[in-house]
Write a protein of this length. Structure first.
Length: 342
């Protein structure tokens, strides 16, 4: 299981800011608590044998050095967020969780490298993130647990089939899809005239963005059939291809990060020390999370020898089932098959 630490901590920072939670010494901890809770919940759901958490390098960005416009619109991080990023890495390491901060790179690159390394050894990886960029890494050995509103339990486990159902593209087409559509959060405009629906239609019909631009150069008959003559003319402009190529370059992952995982030394392996798990999480004000972590990270209760099968129901069905548990019908209803999710 590879976790995008920045993604989950940022999400917790904004979602839980209203709590204003602080440690006994007055340090802000609400985002750290949110991150730790999500990591434990994901481990409880996935049942991993190895856990690695990646963070962005806070001091240097190779992407910004090459493309100064990348994320240029973002405001400086608040001091309370910077402090909690540092505290989060310290607490995870204290727990015994393997943390990787690649020089000049980002958590996305840690996830890409973990997926590649695991696949090379015949294993399977679950990537835990709220960032859509990881969809490009999905394949038969790699799935993405995309954390959304409602928490880890209600979040979808994205597979190749589910990605196609959601967006209309296969994982191998996702980077082209994202490059055509653009990503405002990273200050990357899309190709003029192309939104997600048109991008999906073009890729579904022609297979790749390269094939789209080849067709345009050859008169654009197929492109015009798929999205209209007006869009074909927009795609014929030199700026369209240049924007797609730039976005693809910026969005590309580095999947050769040295993760420092050494199975013979047990680096990153589960179980962790139950005493350390309880001390760190209770000390952080998370006694309930500590009890879950003792089971799924420290192995105090028997565990399945293989990662448990997760998310056998679509997430919308799962959400409906959970709603029925919280608000049961007034009259007896015909029982549904009991879902097996955990």
């Amino acid at each position: 299981m590879a976790v995008d630490g920045n993604s989950l901590l940022h999400r917790s920072f904004h979602a839980l800011a209203g709590t204003g939670a602080r440690s006994v010494t007055g340090e802000p901890v609400w985002a750290v608590r949110g991150l730790l809770t999500q990591v434990v919940a994901a481990a409880d759901r996935v049942g991993p044998t190895t856990v690695v958490v990646g963070f962005d390098d806070p001091d240097r960005s190779v992407r910004r050095e090459r493309w100064p416009q990348y994320k240029a619109q973002r405001l400086p991080k608040p001091a309370t967020l910077v402090a909690q990023l540092r505290r989060a890495t310290d607490q995870l390491r204290e727990l015994g969780v393997h943390v990787v901060i690649p020089g000049g790179l980002e958590a996305d690159d840690v996830l890409a490298s973990a997926a590649r390394l695991t696949a090379a050894h015949g294993g399977r990886t679950v990537l835990v993130t709220s960032d859509r960029d990881a969809f490009a890494l999905i394949d038969e050995r790699t799935s993405v647990l995309r954390v959304i509103n409602g928490g880890v339990d209600a979040s979808p486990l994205m597979t190749p089939d589910r990605l196609e159902l959601l967006l209309g593209v296969r994982p191998g087409q996702y980077r082209d899809f994202a490059a055509l559509r653009g990503d405002p959060s990273d200050n990357l405009p899309g190709v003029a005239g192309i939104g997600p629906k048109r991008a999906a239609r073009l890729l579904s019909g022609l297979g790749s963005a390269q094939a789209v631009f080849d067709d345009v150069a050859d008169g654009g008959r197929r492109v015009a059939e798929l999205v209209g003559a007006g869009v074909r003319r927009q795609l014929a402009e030199p700026e369209a291809r240049a924007r797609w190529e730039l976005n693809c370059a910026v969005m590309a992952f580095s999947d050769d990060v040295d993760l420092g995982l050494h199975p013979e030394r047990g680096t990153g392996r589960i179980p962790l020390s139950p005493d350390v798990v309880r001390r760190v999480l209770v000390g952080e004000g998370l006694p309930g999370t500590a009890r879950v972590a003792e089971r799924c990270l420290a192995g105090l209760e028997p565990r399945d020898p293989e990662p448990r099968h997760v998310d056998v129901l679509p997430w919308d069905v799962h959400a409906e089932w959970r709603s029925r548990q919280a608000f049961p019908p007034l009259k007896p209803a015909r029982p549904d098959p009991q879902p097996t999710l955990f």
